[in-house]
Design a protein around this ligand. Structure first.
Ligand code: KIV
Ligand code: ZN
Length: 542
């Protein structure tokens, strides 16, 4: 039963019993879902980041799916030097041959063959008997073996498959040369206790199990993907399939960053580790967001904006005394520069003083009384008080009235077909009055372009949010913008009963901050029409 190929496969991934291999499928299971598709260049960029992160195996795509998928896998295979590059294939000759050809240039290659094994899938999807499934699995593993360094076999919908039949399929796949046996929870149906029992049972009942690496692949339909993956690890799985930010079919796959940090922070409990450089987790998450244009939810574990943010006064007070009071890992461990004490209306004097210190201000007690009162007044109006606001308060300025640019006039009109035009008149503190007009995909886009022109600046908008701050017919809307300029993020907010005007005020706040703080020689000039990332376009006109 001992197959030399198994030891070779397991050695390369680190045969140590306490090492969990991270199999990343961001570019396959993740990329195939609505809203997350990437072009070839984006996939290559992400693949390089994943190699730097230290994933053991990177599933680069499904080459038979399209010529573009094939080319992306081939390019990644030719580029990565350390990570094993994997291609997906159904248990069909055409798929396996495509996968083999796409991986030809890989230094370390793996073909991942899969077939459904559950009664539901056998009957309704494949129309195949158990014997036909077994035969197809054997033929596929045999064919794939000759075309790559390692073979992985997946039993799709494994968790709803009769355990005895699953063990039988795995036994023949292993005997034929598959070194990794993947048991996906394809529809996210399992609970942690059940999945742990199933993995333990498989390890006891698959023939030759001691030569296999058992792998989990959990979907998140019940929000249990990470918990189930960790349960599988505690029952002996030594490969986990996951994706950055948990993207993937329907509710997603298990989130790579959560699994890796759980195994690290609770290393003593699990008795395992990975070879991931955890300081690259946040950069990898950010890169994926940028490449797909999909933001990570604020409260997402490990990489969300709030993951290391503390706003309540009690928490901030505790954090300032000893960070262990409210943090189980350091933000630096996942690649975030520092813990963010979000200063808002719940924040206390100690947190404010600490932030002012970090910004280079050391007010005495009397000055602090005034600063604290103005800070609280601003925090009542604005949800978050940012560094620029604090600097203005500390310098005795009114953060809301700072120029040099002020809005004098604004007009927009929307045209049939979705485009819009906007005109703005701005006044500068040096006495200039500038009027500009621009066309955009919608009124917000047009206004931003007009402001860019009038102020000769470039706004790469990375975040745009509008929310109501009061109720009723004359409700105030607040626009929050974040723009990237001169290697940092700049925030601006504006409030008005008109959301287009609120957006214009938020944009001007950013332009003003940049003009006050960045020397002219370091500012980026306007580039006609290359402008900003387009924000959500709003209908209507003002
Ligand atoms: O969820 C699943 O079953 C899969 C397989 C192809 C591994 O993605
Ligand atoms: Zn999947």
């Amino acid at each position: 039963m001992k197959n030399p190929q198994h030891d070779e496969q397991n050695d390369r991934c680190g045969a140590a019993a306490d090492r969990v291999r991270i199999f990343d499928t961001t570019l396959r299971d993740g990329e195939q879902t609505p809203g997350f598709s990437m072009d070839r260049r984006a996939k290559l960029r992400m693949a390089q980041m994943l190699e730097t992160l230290g994933v053991d195996v990177l599933e680069a795509g499904f080459p038979q799916a399209s010529p573009d998928d094939f080319a992306a896998v081939a390019q990644i295979a030719a580029t990565l030097r350390d990570t094993t590059v994997c291609a997906l294939a159904r248990c069909q000759r055409g798929d396996i041959d495509s996968a083999g050809r796409a991986l030809e240039k890989a230094l370390h290659s793996r073909i991942h063959v899969f077939i459904s094994t559950s009664p539901l899938h056998r009957e309704h999807k494949l129309g195949m008997s158990k014997q036909q499934v077994l035969d197809a699995a054997v033929a596929a593993v045999e064919r794939a073996r000759g075309m790559c360094h390692e073979v992985e076999f997946s039993a799709e919908d494994a968790m709803r498959t009769e355990p005895e039949f699953l063990a039988e399929v795995f036994s023949v796949a292993l005997a034929t040369g598959a070194g990794t046996l993947n048991a996906p929870d394809t529809v996210g149906y399992m609970t942690p206790v059940e999945i742990a029992e199933r993995f333990a049972w498989l390890r006891a009942n698959v023939k030759g199990a001691e030569h296999a690496v058992f792998s989990s692949h959990c979907h998140n339909d019940l929000g249990l993907a990470v918990a189930n993956s960790l349960a599988a690890v505690s029952a002996g799985a030594r490969q986990v399939e996951c994706t950055v930010n948990g993207i993937g079919e329907r509710a997603g796959n298990a989130a790579l960053e959560e699994i890796v940090m759980a195994l690290k922070v609770r290393g003593a409990y699990f008795g395992t580790d990975t070879r991931i450089d955890t300081r690259k987790l946040y950069p990898a998450s950010r890169l994926l967001s940028q490449l797909t244009g999909q933001r990570v939810q604020r409260n997402k574990a490990i990489v969300g904006d709030n993951a290391f943010a503390h706003e309540s006064g009690i928490h901030q007070h505790g954090m300032l005394k000893h960070r262990g009071t409210y943090e189980i890992m350091r933000p630096q461990d996942v690649g975030i520069a520092e813990t963010k004490l979000v200063l808002g209306k719940h924040s206390g004097r100690a947190a404010l003083r600490q932030r002012l210190h970090a910004l280079g201000h050391a007010p005495d007690e009397a000055a602090m009384d005034g600063i604290f009162a103005r800070f609280k007044a601003l925090a009542d109006k604005k949800r978050e008080v940012h560094d620029e606001d604090l600097e203005a308060i500390a310098l005795g300025q009114d953060p809301e009235a700072l120029g040099p640019w002020r809005l004098v006039q604004l007009g927009t009109s929307t045209h049939l077909g979705g485009s819009a035009s906007a005109s703005v008149k701005l006044r500068h503190d040096d006495g200039r009055e500038v009027g500009e007009a621009a066309i955009g995909d919608g009124p917000v886009d047009a206004v931003l372009r007009a402001i860019e022109r009038a102020t000769s600046s470039t706004l790469d908008i990375t975040e745009f949010q509008v929310r109501a701050v009061s109720e009723g017919g004359d409700a105030q809307g607040q626009a929050q913008l974040v723009a990237h300029h001169a290697a940092r993020d700049w925030r601006g907010h504006g409030v008005s009963t008109d959301i287009i005007e609120a957006t214009a005020l938020a944009a001007l706040a950013i332009v003003n901050r940049i003009e006050r703080q960045v020397p002219e020689s370091h500012r980026r000039p306007t580039v006609e029409n290359c402008g900003h990332t387009k924000p959500v376009s709003m209908g209507g006109s003002t």
